[in-house]
Design a protein around this ligand. Structure first.
Ligand code: ADP
Length: 162
């Protein structure tokens, strides 16, 4: 079985992430969207909220599973029997960063292969970082988010000071 792990923070999941998963589905038997938990990193949304959004987005897609993991991505992949990582490339700085990580993961993950998909032009400007800035600034981020991620239902003040 061809299992791919799509690791990330998904803080929050964007239309760019969703497009990437949908395009990867024909290549794999299963795609596991997995939130990596980094205790050093500050997130805008809780792990539970981020997981719930991803689950809602892919509720009708039987080939997609949602999970979270701690520590090394490569060890997580080995533990669950995934031989592929899925990552998106939006621009040259994504490439520079991802190249080193994929080479390391190939060694640490004992042959773990990273499959890269170049983002579609209409999604290449979208990042969770930009979306978080828009949310914190009180702007409308809905055009960057799947309909299941309804920020307007959340209290903005709750996130403002995090
Ligand atoms: P990380 O914290 O690991 O960067 P992200 O949640 O920001 O996690 O991103 C996870 C993956 O999704 C990365 O491979 C990133 O390149 C990809 N990605 C993010 N935004 C887009 C987009 N708009 N189009 C295609 N891929 C994207």
């Amino acid at each position: 079985m061809r299992i791919a792990v799509f690791p990330g923070s998904f803080d929050p999941i964007t239309t760019g992430h969703v497009d990437l998963v949908k395009r990867a589905l024909p290549l794999f038997d299963k795609v596991i969207v997995a939130i990596g938990i980094n205790s050093q990193k500050k997130y805008l949304f809780s792990l539970e909220q981020r997981l719930a959004w991803i689950e809602a987005v892919f509720a009708d897609e039987p080939k997609v599973e949602v999970d979270s993991f701690q520590k090394l991505t490569a060890h997580y992949c080995n533990k669950i029997g995934a031989r592929y990582l899925l990552r998106g490339l939006r621009n040259a700085s994504d490439f520079d960063y991802e190249k080193t990580i994929s080479q390391l993961n190939n060694i640490v993950g004992e042959g773990l292969e990273t499959i890269f998909l170049i983002s579609q032009p209409e999604y290449s400007h979208i990042s969770s970082t930009i979306v978080r800035e828009i949310i914190k600034g009180g702007g409308d981020s809905s055009s960057f988010l799947p309909p299941e991620v309804d920020i307007s239902s959340l209290s903005f003040e709750k996130y403002e000071l995090k």
